[in-house]
Write a protein that binds this ligand. Structure first.
Ligand code: GLV
Length: 311
């Protein structure tokens, strides 16, 4: 059994160790270090933003395991093999990490912690008006594994939660909006907008001037999906005009974010380097091992990407 790790990330050694516990006989190769080996014999691929055309060279490939929840980095490859299944990463620690990130930032904005930081710097003792969580309208774009877990935890804190997706979703306590008509209503009732959408042709640039204008004045935006969802100039203009009170950004159109980008020093932007939630080999290897076993038995791996939908 031969597996190839193709990723910009440098966590190949963790994956080698963890998968080795399930498959001691597995040959684990790392692209591009081991690219002189016989690529024909490779059965499986663990991939994150692989170089275009690499997967097409693996003629014996049986399935591709995405290292991330988002698969846009794979689907941009024009030579991506479409006759074999690609599995999205679904892992409890990835979900937990994202929920931590979302809760931390939602509470930051909800409790106006930025105001207190500024007040402390100015030596100013002043109580800022607190809003009841039941009156704080959270809007989650994308209600998949990540969105549902974050929604569940925020519901336990009694926030007012709505979601927006392509199709209606059924989650107790969460008002589901969908489609184009639902989007406008969803935006106009949202104080804290959280983007967890997959990046597809339908969602690229969705956080643009027209849609931002539909959010109530003083709304904030948390983007932990992909930088491509945001039209940066439109967001910067909305922050500068005070229509949007703050943006928390984990992902960017260009990563690493260029040093000259205005986000770095913008007083209303909080940013992290695409680290909201990381796939951790210790936790996720069991899922990958299960998928490999399924494919070995001639079954499909779990959570196969719908190439048409793009996620
Ligand atoms: C991270 O960005 C992921 O897609 O898991």
């Amino acid at each position: 059994m031969k597996l190839m790790f193709v990723s910009e990330e440098d966590r190949a050694e963790d994956w080698r160790d963890e998968l080795g516990k399930y498959f001691p006989e597995m040959t684990f190769l790392v692209w591009p270090d081991d690219n002189k080996v016989d690529l024909d014999g490779i059965d499986y691929c663990l991939a994150w933003k692989p170089q275009r055309g690499v997967l097409a060279r693996l003629s014996g490939l049986k399935y591709v395991q995405s290292l991330g929840a988002g698969v846009d980095g794979l689907l941009v490859d024009p030579e991506l093999p479409t006759h074999i299944p690609i599995s999205r990463m679904v892992d409890r620690s990835l979900v937990r990490g994202m929920t931590e990130y979302i809760l931390y930032n939602v509470i930051h904005y909800h409790r106006k912690m930025g105001d207190y930081t500024a007040q402390q710097a100015a030596g100013n003792w002043k109580v800022v008006r607190q809003v009841d969580p039941r009156a704080r309208r959270i809007g989650i774009m994308g209600l998949g594994e990540l969105g549902r877990d974050a929604a569940e935890k925020m519901l336990s804190l009694e926030f007012d939660i709505a979601s927006w997706s392509r199709s209606p979703k059924n989650m107790t306590g969460v008002t589901s909006y969908y489609g184009d008509d639902g989007f406008t209503i969803f935006l106009t009732r949202t104080d804290i907008l959280i983007c967890l959408l997959p990046l597809t042709n339908a969602t690229r640039g969705i956080i643009n001037a027209e849609n931002i204008a539909k959010l109530p004045e003083g709304a904030v935006i948390i983007n932990c999906a992909r930088g491509g969802h945001v039209v940066d100039d439109d967001l910067l203009a909305a922050l500068d005009s005070n229509h949007i009170a703050g943006a928390c950004l984990d992902v960017f159109n260009e990563e690493p974010l260029p040093a000259s980008h205005p986000y770095w020093t913008h007083p209303k932007v909080r940013m992290t380097p695409h680290t909201a939630s990381l796939t951790n080999a210790q936790s996720a290897a069991a899922y990958v091992a299960e998928n490999i076993r399924r494919v070995e038995r001639g079954e499909h791996p779990l959570n196969i990407v719908d190439l048409e939908a793009g996620y």
